[in-house]
Ligand binder design. Structure first.
Ligand SMILES: [Zn+2]
Ligand SMILES: [Zn+2]
Length: 324
């Protein structure tokens, strides 16, 4: 099935589920792309079931409709079927007239990416909704007791222009939330802008679609990852199991360094201020040099500071000895 068609059908099915939920007397028996079966029950004698099928070239040809009933007469069913078919056809003509499946469905420029995201990144309990009118994808992602809701705006000119990500709600620590959002922006930007530093052997830069990379980062590499990640230094889970119990002491606050690993502030602080300093401090998990504005000092300066502190400690110890 073509990705566009699949996307459209998926969306219609999810609308269908919503609509039938809010109406009484309707039961959605089957709701899959191959077949939709609805059972309508007004009274014991007014019952009917309706089968809908999407034709091969949907939405260019209308839905196939079949009505069945054990209690209603054939003639009535025939007439009802005709009425339904006419309605469906009218709707199709209208949408052809205003043309344009494309204008009504701006998100079709990324339909394949959306299918991939649904298939590869979402678990049960996660949600992805398309807001065609605003050209927006709304996501609600959870992991253990943590969640993050964010929306991705897809511009008209996609993929030449990149998507924009906006976190709307979350119970991750504020520092991480800001960090995720900033990096998502950076990832989208890099999809459409050539690197600032040119390397002579690099291939010619071509812009690429940014939706999937951004969702990959937000979902797999952030929201699904960090609630289980341990601090590389103390080996305990960094984030508290319960997001409501955010730490009060600064030493238990969680920071994320450039390589993507997260640490307790206290653990990182003592690690950064303890020798050896030569060659700069490296992340024990991935060996990547640690860059963080909080400890933005050269190895020489760190060494000097440490030596100074040690000397002070020795002096104090001597004074204490003397006083004893
Ligand atoms: Zn730690
Ligand atoms: Zn690392």
């Amino acid at each position: 099935m073509a990705a566009d068609k699949k996307l459209l059908i998926d969306e219609e099915l999810s609308n269908m589920k919503e609509v039938t939920k809010s109406l009484g007397g309707i039961e959605l028996v089957t709701c899959v792309p191959e077949l939709v079966r609805v059972h309508l029950r007004l009274t014991e004698h007014k019952q009917l079931s309706m089968c809908l099928q999407f034709p091969e070239d949907y939405p260019h040809s209308p839905l196939l409709i079949e009505l069945k009933s054990r209690t209603l007469g054939d003639k009535l069913l025939d007439r009802l079927t005709k009425i339904c078919e006419e309605e469906v056809k009218k709707k199709l003509d209208r949408s052809r007239y205003s043309s344009t499946f494309l204008m009504d469905n701006p998100l079709c420029s990324c339909s394949e990416e959306i299918s991939l995201i649904k298939k590869e990144l979402l678990d049960d309990g996660d949600e992805l909704k398309l807001k065609q009118k605003n050209s927006q994808i709304v996501l609600r992602i959870r992991k253990k007791k943590y969640f993050m809701n964010f929306r991705v705006n897809v511009p008209d000119d996609y993929p030449k222009e990149c998507v924009r990500t906006e976190v709307t709600d979350s119970n991750f620590p504020e520092l991480l939330r800001m960090n995720f959002q900033a990096q998502a922006e950076e990832i989208s930007r890099r999809c459409i802008q050539p690197p600032l530093k040119k390397t002579p052997k690099a291939p010619v830069f071509t812009p690429k679609p940014s939706l999937q990379p951004v969702c990959e980062f937000m979902i797999r590499e952030s929201i699904k990852r960090y609630p289980e990640e341990v601090c590389p230094l103390c080996k305990e889970t960094c984030l508290p199991d319960d997001p409501q119990t955010q730490p009060v002491e600064k030493s238990k606050e969680v920071i994320r360094v450039y390589c993507g690993h997260i640490y307790h502030f206290g653990c990182m602080n003592s690690y950064m201020n303890t020798p050896p300093f030569k060659g700069g401090k490296k992340c024990p998990s991935c060996e990547y040099r640690i860059f963080h504005h909080q400890w933005n000092v050269s190895p020489e300066l760190a060494e000097a500071r440490w030596a100074h502190k040690e000397a002070r400690k020795r002096e104090l110890d001597e004074v204490m000895d003397f006083l004893e």
